[in-house]
Design a protein around this ligand. Structure first.
Ligand code: ADP
Length: 480
């Protein structure tokens, strides 16, 4: 490239030369002494330089320096590498620029590209300040929630204390009922305060889980003991199915796991006026040093419309305001459950139909103590899956298990029927057959059971392709 060619190039119609001139970046071509021999339109307009009588060092004084008459690149600046510097206009004003210096084909010329970064930098600054503002606002909100919940706890504790003292005095029947009502309100209020606190911890990323050994069977008993009174009070039936191959001692956050199950249970009871609440837990296999437990809580309650199901796990979501008025609640419970389940390496799903009922299922992974320790603990406790009489009464899996051959035959038959139902579009029937398969499968076939759970969910969604695919998958598994 020589000077004459560059100057003529500027005026010519050759596409390359148009690119040189139309380029948004400022482009300078200079000789080894730093004299600018040509610059494009952008350089002229943005920086006010004109070519032959100007020097590149005046444009980028932080990029170049002269030593013994030679033009050199400043320390830390390399040819061909983008770097940030300041570009000086001819009128001595300046702007931030991204610059790249290249050698041209002919040794005596070099090229320098400069892009004005003023707008980008302003946008980056604005974004950083917005981010800081947002962080600050979220911190203020979390602090507010922490303070207000703390302030609310004190009067609630006061009311609760006085009501409990009143309960110990002699009261008329009506007064007793009123005091009980006050205590129920206090415990609702405590529940709301705890949910708000969990929510603010969750938002601040401070909701951490404990890893402690606990007795899984006692844990389940605790859950049931807490929920059975309301279930009985409403005259609902309950079906419980707890897999037998769940170790007695597991390691995880018992309190938080209980919070998830209780939330699902209490919603199931809250939104069901008649029918059955079912609760199932199965061990769906080992993953490294952890086991995966699959929980299902289903009800025959009011159900949830398809379009509302996606919203359920978002904070402060309730299906409609009439539900809030009728049943109360903050709409935070399921959002907290989702976060907790994910922290326990699991997933949570809902499947529901308006007026028919809902199925909430979730999986979590829990650690287990070494085999020796587990045995020792079972011997010391002498418990090993023995249920209290009260819970046993509700267990639906006390019948003897069928032989493996008989069971496979039954599954085969029911799968055939399910295919027929899918083809005919009789989804409810197909769902019933899937339920029969699930009931027939022993706990030792937990992986297969999980696949049938999935099939049930697909059937309830009335998804033709996925349901058929899932049936095929189960057929292959059972034949292998
Ligand atoms: P809340 O504390 O308000 O109950 P959740 O997050 O637990 O909040 O539930 C959010 C909403 O989801 C409920 O208000 C209700 O509309 C709907 N929902 C949850 N579980 C069920 C269920 N088993 N049956 C019908 N609707 C439910």
């Amino acid at each position: 490239m020589d000077t004459a060619m560059l100057h003529s190039c500027e005026e010519s119609q050759i596409p390359d030369c148009n690119i040189y001139n139309e380029c948004i970046e400022a482009v300078f071509i200079y000789d080894k002494n730093g004299r600018i021999v040509s610059c494009n339109r952008s350089a002229k307009e943005k920086l006010g330089y004109d070519g032959p009588n100007d020097f590149i060092i005046a444009v980028f004084p932080k990029v170049f320096y002269k030593k013994d008459g030679n033009l050199l690149l400043a320390d830390g600046i390399e040819e061909g590498v983008l770097f940030e510097t300041v570009a000086y206009r001819k009128n001595m004003t300046c702007y931030p620029a991204m610059v790249k210096v290249l050698k041209s084909d002919r040794e005596e010329y070099r090229i320098c590209f400069a892009q004005n970064m003023a707008n980008e930098n302003a946008a980056i600054k604005k974004m950083a300040s917005l981010e800081a503002e947002l962080k600050n606002a979220s911190q203020v909100k979390n602090e507010f929630i922490a303070n207000i919940t703390h302030e609310l706890r004190t009067p609630v504790n006061g009311m609760k204390g006085f009501a409990q003292s009143l309960q110990k005095t002699e009261l008329s029947k009506e007064q007793q009922e009123n005091v009980e009502y006050i205590l129920r309100c206090c415990s609702n209020m405590e529940g709301l305060i705890n949910q708000l606190l969990d929510f603010s911890k969750m938002e601040a990323g401070q909701l951490s889980l404990e890893e402690r050994e606990f007795d899984f069977y006692r844990f389940i008993e605790g859950i049931l003991a807490l929920n059975l009174p309301q279930i009985n009070e409403k005259g609902l039936r309950i079906r419980i199915n707890i897999g037998k191959n769940i170790p007695q001692t597991v390691i995880g956050d018992e309190f938080r796991l209980g919070q998830i199950v209780n939330n699902l249970f209490s919603n199931a009871v809250k939104f069901t006026q008649a029918g059955t609440i079912s609760f199932e837990v199965v061990n769906t296999g080992q993953h490294g040093k952890k086991i995966e437990l699959f929980f299902v809580v289903s009800d025959t309650g009011i159900g949830i419309a398809r379009e509302d199901m996606d919203k359920l796990f978002h904070s402060f979501t309730q299906v409609d305001s009439s539900i809030t008025r009728r049943f109360g609640g903050t709409g935070l419970g399921l959002a907290i459950c989702k976060q907790l389940v994910e922290q326990m390496d699991g997933d949570i799903y809902v499947n529901s139909e308006l007026g028919v009922g809902s199925v909430f299922s979730f999986s979590v992974r829990l650690s287990i103590p070494g085999e020796e320790q587990q045995k020792e603990k079972e011997e010391i406790a002498g418990f090993s899956g023995q249920w209290s009489q009260r819970i046993k009464e509700y267990m639906s899996n006390s019948e003897p298990e069928p032989s493996e051959e008989g069971m496979i035959k039954l599954v085969r038959e029911k799968l055939e029927k399910i295919i027929l139902c899918i083809e005919l579009g009789t989804w409810e029937k197909a769902d019933k057959f899937a339920g029969m398969i699930k009931a027939a499968l022993p706990d030792s076939m937990a992986e297969l059971k999980k696949e049938v759970f999935r099939l049930e969910l697909m059937l309830r969604k009335e998804n033709y392709d996925l349901s058929l695919q899932q049936v095929k998958k189960i057929q292959e598994k059972i034949e292998s």
